[in-house]
Design a protein around this ligand. Structure first.
Ligand code: CO
Length: 144
């Protein structure tokens, strides 16, 4: 594993719409492993592929209850509302209040291409939605 450079705000990469990940191979696994190491080293709770310079639709999240890898995630359902502080590893030392759904259901693929669904609420829902936004070139500051 290796720590990768995190792309910072101002770089056009963060504003692109990412493409579907089609291959579930060793190369993907290597990047996912590196992303986890990079996220933990930076003390983050999520990281999306474009933040390490890769314009593909996948991200990782760990809010303290275990790592989840979301490949080609799709939001199926959302309900409720929450407002709370949000930051981003690509926007150092800045935090703002963002309003998002309280509960979500997402369908995604795992690193082997197997489809699964995850339900989340509160911080975990917030983190997943924040990372999914990155896949469409959206940053939390756009939602403030
Ligand atoms: Co972010």
């Amino acid at each position: 594993m290796a720590i990768r450079n995190i792309v910072k705000i101002g770089d056009d990469i963060l504003r692109k719409v990412c493409r579907t990940q089609l291959k579930f191979d060793e190369h993907l696994h290597q990047i996912l492993d590196d992303m986890a190491e990079t996220m933990y080293a930076a003390d983050g709770v999520g990281l999306a592929a474009p933040q390490v310079g890769i314009l593909r639709r996948y991200c990782i999240v760990d809010v303290g209850d275990g790592l989840i890898e979301l490949i080609n995630p799709v939001l199926l359902e959302s309900s409720g509302e929450q407002t709370g502080q949000e930051g981003c590893l690509s926007i150092p030392d800045k935090y703002s209040e963002v309003t998002r759904p309280m509960n979500i259901k997402v369908r995604a693929q795992d690193r082997f291409g197997k489809t699964f669904e995850v339900t989340a609420s509160e911080l975990k829902a917030r983190a997943i939605l924040h990372e999914m936004d990155h896949l469409d070139g959206v940053l939390y500051i756009d939602r403030v």
